[in-house]
Design a protein around this ligand. Structure first.
Ligand code: PMP
Length: 426
């Protein structure tokens, strides 16, 4: 059945529930993707500056071929022996510090974070978790407690295990070397201990992507990692958004931030849109987790998923996509700087590699968030054929994280369009 746009909107409410979110005032109906491009049902072409899941490009031929090849041969779960998952884990862990040498392959980032929390409980015997107050780590009963931005109105009474610290904000409250953040975490560790819950782990995105990716110098997480370890806790880095070369300078944002986590969680770009997530840690931690919990995931780590995930790593190497992120990211920052000189509404520009954006303000002195204008900008960009979004505590930061083959020419289309929108649409 091919529905009109109005019918699609009505049928979504009828069949999926009335409050399922869509992007934009005028939702888009995509029917095709290729590389960094998307097409809607009317045949209109859009530049995708937003979607980080199709990491190596929409419908990437290497990934499509790998899925097709494996799906036509065998798909089975991990209780049978198979090379695919082992080859993948070997190749994945070779990109990380040697202490991160084993993995569990899941289907989503939420599952990966859920496992990580249960791992730290199995290891420390404690349940106190700390996160930032403007993050998102997923949707399970346990993990959804971490998302202050999506506070559940019903739940399983797990709130007492979670404490929050102010998300870093390099524009409004610059913390040059991460010591303020570390001190805030130390305070919450003390609160966990005082309450009798005890402190188990700090869970953060090492590039604080959902928080608005503050511009912090490399090595910024070292002080907080010391505080966590001194207290006997573990550091979990959620690389669901920040990983796989996205930041351009390093394969993993935790490397950029100067730390080796005890546990790394993965998702989104891992298999280019095929549902794959993962937890990487050392063999001892996995062993303790498996002693504590009988864990099995029917779909996690199946041969088709592993073939797709392997193809992503192969494509990244073959096309030097991390270097591309670095080069195009530097160009993007230069163009954003120029736009900032021209447009008063741009208060701050930030980013590394192929995650970058600009914070919109009503007044550069007071830094009052221009949230309504940011909304207008992204809607105007969509009508001009450029897909991006917004994020951060005030929803006033443009969120730009295109597929990794994004080129300098693509970036020029993006910034020429943004220049036009800022000049004419506000
Ligand atoms: N962690 C982070 C940092 C995320 O941004 C998300 C999803 N937006 C998740 C975890 C959850 O991943 P999933 O939707 O695959 O469960």
């Amino acid at each position: 059945m091919t529905r009109s746009k109005d019918q699609l909107i009505k049928d979504r409410a009828r069949l999926m529930g009335p409050n399922v979110a869509t992007f934009y005032d005028d939702p888009v109906h995509f029917v095709k993707g290729d590389g960094v491009w998307l097409w809607d049902a009317d045949g209109r072409k859009y530049l995708d500056c937003y979607n980080n899941v199709p990491h190596v490009g929409h419908c990437n031929p290497r990934v499509v071929e790998a899925i097709h090849r494996q799906a036509s041969t065998l798909n089975i779960h991990t209780r049978y022996l198979h090379d695919g998952i082992l080859d993948y884990i070997e190749r994945l862990t070779a990109t990380m510090h040697q202490s991160l040498n084993s993995a569990i392959v899941t289907c989503t980032g939420s599952e990966a974070n859920d496992i990580a929390l249960r791992m730290v409980e199995a290891l420390t015997g404690k349940r106190g978790i700390i996160a930032t107050d403007a993050t998102y780590h997923g949707n399970t009963s346990l993990v959804s407690q971490l998302s202050q931005s999506n506070v559940p109105t019903v739940g399983f009474g797990l709130e007492q295990y979670f404490r929050f610290v102010d998300a870093p904000d390099s524009y409004r409250a610059y913390d040059s070397d991460g010591t303020i953040f570390a001190n805030n975490v130390a305070q919450q560790i003390a609160e966990h201990e005082k309450s009798g819950t005890g402190f188990a782990a700090l869970l953060i995105c090492p590039y604080f992507l959902n928080e608005g990716f503050p511009d912090s110098p490399d090595g910024w997480l070292k002080p907080v990692a010391n505080v966590v370890r001194k207290a006997g806790g573990l550091l979990i880095c959620d690389e669901v958004q920040s990983g796989f070369g996205r930041v351009g300078t390093h394969m993993w944002a935790h490397e950029k931030m100067g730390v080796t986590p005890d546990i790394v969680t993965l998702g989104k770009p891992m298999a280019n849109g095929h549902p794959v997530g993962g937890v990487v840690t050392n063999n001892d931690i996995i062993a303790r987790f498996r002693e504590g919990y009988r864990y099995f995931n029917t779909f996690g780590g199946n041969p088709v998923s592993c073939a797709a995930a392997m193809a992503v790593l192969e494509e990244m190497d073959a096309e030097n996509l991390m270097d591309n992120a670095k080069t195009v990211g530097a160009h993007a920052r230069a163009r954003l700087s120029k736009l900032k000189e021209k447009h008063e509404i741009i208060g701050d520009i930030r980013g590394s590699g192929l995650v970058f954006g600009a914070e919109m303000v009503l007044d550069r002195k007071t830094k009052t968030p221009a949230s309504a204008q940011t909304d207008k900008i992204i809607n105007a960009m969509r009508h001009r054929g450029v897909i991006l979004s917004k994020l951060g505590r005030h929803k006033n930061t443009l969120k730009i994280r295109p597929p990794m083959p994004f080129s300098i020419d693509n970036a020029d289309i993006l910034f020429d369009t943004l220049d036009d929108v800022l000049s004419t649409a506000l």
